[in-house]
Write a protein that binds this ligand. Structure first.
Ligand code: SAH
Ligand code: SF4
Length: 407
């Protein structure tokens, strides 16, 4: 989400007459887009703000603005801590002191073949550990028409793949007048000529409907890839996290998805070391990961966030060394699962949407979101290329252009 918003803020600034610079020292305006989902991310922003103080002292004419989830609309604390910040504005907004000269929509200025399209802001869920609803407010969906028009324009500018973004993307539309849902949006997007692939993140298990699963199976442009964060494999921990589903319910969704979309690639998010998570409860998570065998797992150590109910109600009582140990166990397990899953692609031909050249090799992704590298003398950027996989690792695939399948 931050990446998408930074791209759009960049476009907004360019439409207002700014040009990008390569270093902060050369800038007239610096907009820092912050993340505070965990303390480590917040520390990064705070350190950056400290380091920008010297720059601001050396060049008082530079304008310094902060956006993203560090900006808390309820307090002016930021200005107290960092008096040299000129402006702070809420995540998802645009520099409010600038008047954009162009009247066109704000789209990423240099879209690559794939780009993000935010379709909703905010979150209504209040998972007990999470700061997002406090910083990004309640769910607010963009009207279908607006998203379609924007995507058509992006396709016109060369975009081939869109990733629809929202904190809880599968609850899209409930706040709009005629209550469309994500399936309605996907169905309309699927008929845009020139658009080749559609993805969306992140899904909440409680909103994963059979209708949506059927749509993923039926709509040819919707990729066979789903991010469905489970967070924990233990029902008591899930309850304490206020996640609103059980492991049994989650398992049913996975079974249904795998039966309707056999080739589906699955990813999830896990938090280890939630308050009072004991070794048996952690083991339940490990067992679940071994059972489901996700393609990708994003794992994080629990980080108490001031203002959330978990930070208020529970003591952060799992030592950091234990959290790190649990993190490591999951990473090791996942590495071996991903190695096995990717190995099965050896000698198969996959369809790659080529993004860019990286260290002399073309790089792109399959519909299942596997990263693929291959050699080719021609300019393949933005093209769909059939690639035969010749080497696999847990993280990526190496291949060569499959000449037999060139049509
Ligand atoms: N809306 C998405 C995720 C938003 S935050 C969802 O419901 O899953 C992205 C990820 O950060 C979460 O999935 C969670 O795993 C992690 N996260 C959020 N708050 C955290 C916290 N306080 N400590 C550790 N990880 C956290
Ligand atoms: Fe945070 Fe839960 Fe909302 Fe995701 S669904 S953003 S984890 S509150």
């Amino acid at each position: 989400m931050n990446k998408a918003e930074s791209d759009r803020i960049g476009s907004y600034l360019e439409q207002s007459g700014y040009q990008p610079t390569l270093t902060a020292e050369k800038a007239d305006l610096i907009v820092l887009n912050s993340c505070v989902v965990r303390q480590s991310a917040e520390n990064k922003v705070i350190n950056k703000l400290h380091s920008l103080k010297a720059l601001k002292n050396a060049n008082p004419a530079v304008t310094l603005a902060v956006t993203g989830c560090l900006v808390n609309s309820e307090s002016d604390q930021l200005k107290v801590l960092f008096p040299y910040i000129d402006y702070a504005f809420n995540p998802g907004e645009y520099p409010p002191w600038l008047k954009k000269t162009a009247s066109e929509q704000i789209l990423p200025q240099y879209p690559s073949p794939n780009t993000f399209v935010p379709i909703m802001q905010g979150c209504n869920n209040f998972c007990s550990y999470c700061i997002v609803p406090y910083r990004r407010g309640r769910e607010k969906s963009r009207p279908i028409r607006e998203i379609i028009t924007e995507t058509e324009e992006l396709v016109h500018r060369g975009v081939k793949e869109v990733t629809l973004l929202g904190q809880n993307v599968n609850s899209y539309g409930h706040d709009l007048p005629d209550k469309p849902d994500l399936t309605d949006l996907l169905t309309e997007l699927n008929s845009i000529g020139g658009l080749l692939r559609i993805r969306f993140l992140t899904n909440h298990p409680k909103d994963m409907s059979s209708k949506l699963i059927a749509a993923i199976a039926q709509l040819d442009k919707v990729c066979e890839q789903i991010n469905l964060p489970i967070q924990s494999g233990d029902n008591d921990i899930l309850r304490a996290m206020k996640r609103d589903y059980t492991v049994e319910h989650y398992r049913q969704i996975i079974t249904q998805m795998r039966s309707k979309i056999p080739e589906i690639a699955l990813s999830t998010d896990i938090i280890v070391g939630f308050p009072s998570e004991n070794s048996q409860q952690f083991q339940q998570t490990v067992n679940l990961l071994s059972e489901i065998r996700f393609d990708t797992v994003h794992v994080a150590a629990y980080s108490p966030r001031a203002g959330t109910s978990a930070a208020r109600d529970f003591e952060d009582n799992i030592p950091l060394s234990e959290k790190k140990e649990r993190l490591y166990i999951i990473e090791q397990l996942q590495e071996s699962i991903a190695r096995d899953i990717n190995k099965r692609l050896l000698n198969q031909t996959v369809e790659v949407l080529v993004e860019s050249k990286h260290k002399g090799k073309w790089q792109g992704r399959t519909r299942s979101d596997k990263l693929v590298f291959f050699n080719n003398d021609n300019n393949c950027a933005g093209q769909l290329v059939k690639v035969k996989v010749i080497k696999t690792s847990p993280w990526s695939l190496q291949g060569e252009v499959d000449l037999h399948s060139v049509n």
